[in-house]
Ligand binder design. Structure first.
Ligand code: ZN
Length: 398
């Protein structure tokens, strides 16, 4: 096949797959003598997108041609399980283990990340109906060399809403730890497994300027913008004479700037020393009109406990954290996963925050990208009215 024809072939495969028209798809793949490598490559790409049905059809077609390879084995075992064809399922499983074992570990990992991880939730969802989790594990287990010892692919409990959170993918953190991420099927909150690498992730950060920190928590330009924005908010919508707290206040630059503006701001941070706002550390038991938290929420290993701590001190929190895009990006597709630093653990979708607000009987306002407010409902009405008049066009309320 020439280059153009190859291009047309893939384009047609993906177009027909997206239409969910099995007949047309079958007509096309059986109708002409497509090359075996093209069919295998198409099956691999479809698996990577979680499109099991089409990959399964291609694998059966390749099977009729007497082919046998890893992509086919994955497609047949997963497709056979999902579409209740035990014969094809066993055809796939029969060679899966030996085909995986024949690969060097790096390639096992590559195949796992590309084709298996995107399938795991489909497989669990389908096995739930069949009440047969062992069949899912038979497909996953050949890859156990590329997940940490004793790793369990089963669902976890969502740290935010207590719902069921599916295993979503593995990503390499700090260039060496294979860390699992879980996505809540009720609130779309994505979180890492229990972090054991934090000491390493924060080594060299505490007590010295962290020039490499991509979060830029103390970035001067960012802090100046926040100062203007928060000042305007406080003058117009809160009691500007009250006390305020910057939670996770980093080196204290924001607190210092706000104090220079005339606001009674205090500082609190477990990870950072206070350099710019000495003498204005928060006092245990004090109450604040508003808590601010810039680029902190994604660092929380236990977001609910942190929220408890925040709401013990105030009735409202204004915070920044980037919303998790939909669909959930793969590890290499979103820099906010901060895999090199290993310090981002929690990723909130708009739905996560809306549900969180609902569960805690809070009001929620967001600019839809990175700036959000959670507040007790009794104080929220006035603030929200002011805010929505102010930021018309790109705000959403719940
Ligand atoms: Zn949840």
């Amino acid at each position: 096949m020439g280059n153009n024809e190859t291009h047309d072939f893939f384009e047609t495969i993906f177009r027909l797959d997206a239409c969910n028209d099995t007949h047309e798809f079958l007509d096309f793949v059986q109708g002409q003598r497509h090359s075996t490598p093209d069919l295998v490559s198409a099956a691999a790409q479809l698996l990577a997108k979680g499109r099991v049905r089409s990959a399964y059809i291609l694998a059966m077609l390749l099977g009729k041609r007497g082919q046998r390879n890893l992509v086919m084995s994955i497609a047949l075992s997963a497709g056979g399980l999902i579409f209740s064809n035990t014969i094809e399922e066993n055809n796939g499983l029969q060679f899966l283990q030996s085909q995986v074992d024949a690969l060097p570990v790096e390639q096992q990992q590559e195949n796992y990340d590309r084709m298996i991880a995107p399938l795991v939730t489909h497989l669990w969802a389908c096995s739930a109906g069949k009440a047969d989790p062992e069949r899912v594990l038979r497909i996953l287990q050949p890859f156990k060399a590329v997940v940490p010892d004793g790793f369990d692919w089963r669902a976890h409990v969502c740290k935010l809403c207590g719902g069921s959170a599916d295993y979503w993918f593995h990503a390499q953190i700090l260039g060496k730890h294979r860390v699992a991420y879980y996505l809540c099927d009720q609130c779309d909150f994505l979180f890492t497994e229990e972090p054991y690498w934090l000491e390493e992730a924060y080594a060299g950060v505490i007590g010295q300027q962290d020039v490499d920190d991509k979060d830029d928590r103390d970035g001067v330009a960012r802090t100046l913008r926040s100062k203007d924005f928060v000042s305007m908010l406080l003058w117009n919508l809160f009691d500007a004479k009250a006390k305020f707290l910057d939670y996770g206040g980093s080196y204290g630059l924001f607190v210092r700037l706000m104090r220079d503006e005339g606001f009674e701001f205090y500082w609190q941070d477990k990870q950072c020393p206070n350099l710019f706002a000495r003498g204005f550390e928060a006092v245990e038991g004090d109450r604040y009109e508003l808590v601010t938290a810039f680029e902190c929420f994604q660092h929380f290993a236990d977001p609910m406990a942190e929220l408890d701590r925040i709401f013990a001190q105030s009735d409202a929190v204004l915070f920044t954290t980037r919303l998790l895009p939909n669909p959930v990006p793969k590890p290499e597709e979103w820099s906010y996963y901060a895999l090199e630093s290993g310090r981002h653990l929690s990723f909130y979708s708009a739905k996560s925050l809306r549900k969180l607000a609902e569960n805690r009987e809070l009001a929620f306002l967001s600019n839809g990208t990175d700036t959000h407010l959670l507040a007790k409902r009794n104080i929220a009405n006035g603030v929200f009215k002011g805010l929505s008049q102010w930021s018309k066009g790109h705000a959403e309320t719940a």
